[in-house]
Design a protein around this ligand. Structure first.
Ligand code: FUB
Length: 338
């Protein structure tokens, strides 16, 4: 075959692949678009104002920040009435969008059906695992191929129940899971109300290491208020940072440890009562070089703020010694260039 003919063949093949690739991209974009239910430009705090949102968890995937929340009911509630979880995303902290509801409390047949309580999503080996809680019925795990879902109950039963949360008696102690994967690839899960428990997840992310078992996390030092709930675990510069809610109404405090299971040393309160909401539930995440503190308050309305909460985002900064500077809750938020 002549050289010019071979060149022509290669060009035709390349164009074909290019067109196929473009078609694929357009299809992916269309697929993505069809999953989006709402888009907006944030103007400050609360960040989400078209619905009530609480208990944020955050995940960075590629260049996108995903925020997972429960969806609170409108005002006038006298308890947590939460039917589903939501997922929001942004690439610039200003333009946000919401995806279709990815997971409902009722997707866990064994769980309390109106208690989509605090949760967290984490990625492992290209799959996304959503650890959820539902007041009294334990911690569930749902799985998806995409961060935005949809998600499905992965095991058809709770991963942890009240029987696993030893040493305390109240019915809502097996809540608020937080998960991270350490540098040695060991995944750890923490949860709790009234105390914090820790276990090692197996590589499949849907079972735990029975030999290691479940331990109660030891937080040492004089605490300003007792541990309430909402643990959030992160690793920074080789040490482990566990933040959590203390007292009630809640403030957010934190402790530092040298090993994932602790002991941890109490370091103090970083966020004060969030105003018109008894709870404050935080997520801490680094996105594009800036650390953010994502929490909720009762900022939209005065009627039922504790059960009609709203997600807010402010900056989080560290001192040179690795301790956290007190959070300044603002109405300006982080969307506008300051
Ligand atoms: O949203 C229900 C519960 O309120 C959460 O699980 C707690 O962290 C508190 O925010």
């Amino acid at each position: 075959m002549k050289k010019s003919t071979i060149n022509l063949l290669f060009s035709a093949l390349a164009i074909n692949f290019y067109i196929q690739g473009q078609e694929l991209n357009i299809k992916t974009l269309q697929d993505q678009k069809s999953k989006i239910t709402y888009e907006w430009k944030a103007t400050g705090n609360p960040v989400v104002t078209h619905k009530y949102t609480a208990d944020a968890a955050a995940l960075v995937h590629n260049d996108t920040l995903f925020i997972y929340t429960g969806e609170d009911f409108k005002g006038g509630q006298n308890g947590y009435n939460i039917l589903n979880w939501c997922v929001f995303a942004t690439t610039d902290m200003e333009h946000f969008w919401e995806y279709k509801i990815p997971l409902k409390a009722s997707d866990f047949s064994w769980g309390k059906q109106n208690a989509a309580w605090a949760s967290q999503v984490i990625e492992r080996n290209g799959k996304f695992y959503w650890y959820t809680s539902s007041e009294t019925t334990g911690i569930g795990v749902a799985v998806s191929d995409k961060p935005e879902g949809p998600y499905k109950d992965a095991i058809g039963k709770p991963l942890f129940t009240n029987e696993d949360s030893f040493g305390k008696e109240h019915g809502w102690r097996t809540i608020d899971p937080t998960v991270f994967i350490d540098d040695d690839n060991q995944a750890w899960i923490y949860w709790g109300n009234g105390a914090c428990w820790v276990a090692k997840l197996n590589e499949d992310m849907i079972s735990y290491d029975k030999d290691y078992g479940i331990k109660m996390v030891d937080i040492q030092g004089e605490m300003d208020f007792p541990f309430t709930e909402a643990p959030w675990i992160q690793k920074r510069n080789g040490y482990y940072l566990l933040s959590f809610a203390v007292g009630f109404p809640e403030r957010i405090a934190y402790a530092i440890g040298n090993r994932p299971e602790g002991p941890y040393t109490y370091k103090g309160v970083i966020n004060e009562i969030a105003g018109n909401s008894n709870t404050n539930h935080q997520a801490i995440i680094n996105f594009k070089g800036q650390d953010y503190f994502i929490y909720h308050n009762g900022g939209i309305q005065t009627d039922g703020g504790s059960f009609s909460r709203s997600i807010c985002i402010d900056k989080l900064e560290y001192n040179g010694d690795g301790t956290i500077k007190p959070i300044i809750m603002t109405t300006k938020g982080v969307s506008k260039k300051n």
